[in-house]
Design a protein around this ligand. Structure first.
Ligand SMILES: [Fe+2]
Ligand SMILES: [Fe+2]
Length: 184
């Protein structure tokens, strides 16, 4: 069970890019990602249970386990940095994940697949940013882990995009949200 802290004071007053700036940015990203992984894991827990195909159930369940694994790793890093998760953020993401969990059972096949891919893209950027700040702090072992996490999120995104690439709704969704698989 994680301890929690109040929302962090962001590094907005730190005008330079020294170690304290990178440390604050890294902790902030870890706190956001820690709770984001909770929402993702809960969403996927509903997603695979709502899927009909056995292969999709197994694949999405595996993705859910990846997100729990990421969350556990982030918590350990926060502790190592002398920081804690943010309670309000975790509660908000738990609520969001629970809503998506339930929505997966009524929203049909396509929408969870499309928005899962979109969610993954945000996670990729988050871990690339974390790797950048960790490198600037000389925390190369963290940077390496973030790159592994980012690569895993790329694989997740690709998985969902492969499923929807040829669906008739995809061109429409891409025209609305300007996001989707890069296929004709
Ligand atoms: Fe993840
Ligand atoms: Fe993911």
């Amino acid at each position: 069970m994680a301890d929690f802290v109040k929302p962090p004071d962001l590094a907005k007053n730190l005008t330079n890019c020294g170690p304290e700036y990178h440390r604050q940015r890294l902790i902030h990203i870890l706190q956001m990602a820690y709770s984001g992984e909770l929402a993702a894991a809960l969403a996927y827990a509903g997603h695979w249970r709502a899927a009909w195909k056995q292969t999709e159930r197994q694949d999405i369940h595996r993705i859910e386990m990846d997100e729990w694994h990421h969350r556990a790793g982030l918590l350990k890093m926060l502790h190592d940095l002398g920081a804690k998760p943010v309670l309000w953020r975790d509660l908000m993401m738990r609520s969001l994940g629970s809503v998506i969990f339930l929505a997966c059972f009524v929203s049909g096949w396509y929408m969870p697949m499309y928005f899962a891919g979109r969610l993954e893209q945000a996670n990729i950027q988050e871990y690339e940013d974390a790797a950048y700040h960790a490198s600037n702090l000389g925390l190369e072992q963290y940077a390496a882990i973030f790159k592994v996490y980012a690569q895993k999120e790329v694989e997740h995104e690709q998985y969902f995009f492969n499923l929807i690439a040829k669906h008739w709704l995809t061109p429409i969704m891409k025209s609305i949200f300007h996001y989707g698989p890069n296929r004709p």
